[in-house]
Design a protein around this ligand. Structure first.
Ligand SMILES: Nc1nc2c(c(=O)[nH]1)N[C@H]1C(S)=C(S)[C@@H](COP(=O)(O)O)O[C@H]1N2
Ligand SMILES: [Mo]
Length: 221
């Protein structure tokens, strides 16, 4: 059974306290910061590390670690929601806001999607407009300290408004695209869009029937 199938079979928690709508449906709050990684945790020689932007913005643009550190630095405090049902409030991430990183690039109107690439061979697809949303950050630090290796050192993406699998750790680049294509988890049973407040967990639940809608369906007897 793959991960999507296992998660589907696991029963959602009976959560009564929703923290004034701040906790998405089916999530439980944790104080810890769980680690979720497919495969090996990379380690780097920072002199060799780079971040590349490719695809529909013209020539490839490369940033070294120092290039990124020299850009305007910001801090966001956000909630994180993982599809495996844990949520964690008030996480402080520091780094470069995507709005700042992409400000000086002319992105043609027909480029509406971005494939985010991370080590090793991890991908997540994001509409460009989600990448440019408020609070989306290329983070190097967590609560005042550099990211630990397991949480994505030296840089990870953080997209607070989507399930956390879209927040690519060990990020290495953006590929700007005209068309959408599924990333790693999106090819493995998870939802293409991943909005936690709409509970967009699995790919085959895009069209879940509302609770009493079945009454309006045809019946043989
Ligand atoms: N490169 C890479 N990024 C990744 C992952 C991964 O395995 N590799 N896991 C994703 C998943 S499923 C989640 S929930 C979050 C977990 O981040 P954390 O380990 O810092 O909690 O990272 C996401 N980004
Ligand atoms: Mo996840």
């Amino acid at each position: 059974m793959n991960k999507a199938e296992r998660l589907k079979r696991s029963k959602g928690p009976q959560v009564t306290e929703r923290f004034g709508g701040r906790l998405p449906p089916g999530q439980v709050l944790t104080e810890k910061f769980p680690i979720l990684t497919v495969g090996e945790v990379p380690s780097y020689d920072l002199d060799q590390w780079d971040f590349q932007m490719t695809g529909g913005i013209g020539d490839t643009v490369m940033f070294s670690y120092n290039d990124l550190m020299a850009l305007p630095q910001s801090k966001v405090i956000c909630d994180v929601h993982c599809v495996t049902r844990w949520s964690k409030f008030d996480n402080g991430f520091e780094g470069v806001l995507l709005q700042d990183l992409l400000e000086d690039f002319e992105i043609p109107d027909d480029i509406q999607y971005v494939m985010v690439h991370g080590d090793y061979d991890y991908t997540a697809n994001i509409p460009l407009k989600d990448l440019l949303a408020k609070g989306v950050i290329l983070a190097h630090s967590y609560n005042g300290k550099p990211l630990t290796e397991k949480h994505g050192y030296p840089f990870r993406l953080v997209i607070p408004h989507l399930y956390f699998w879209k927040s690519v750790k060990w990020i290495r680049g953006f590929e700007f695209r005209k068309s959408d294509a599924p990333g790693f988890w999106e090819q493995n049973g998870f939802h293409n869009e991943a909005d936690p407040f709409k509970e967009q967990r699995f790919s085959d639940e895009g069209d879940v029937m509302e609770e009493d809608k079945w009454k309006e369906k045809d019946f043989d007897y």
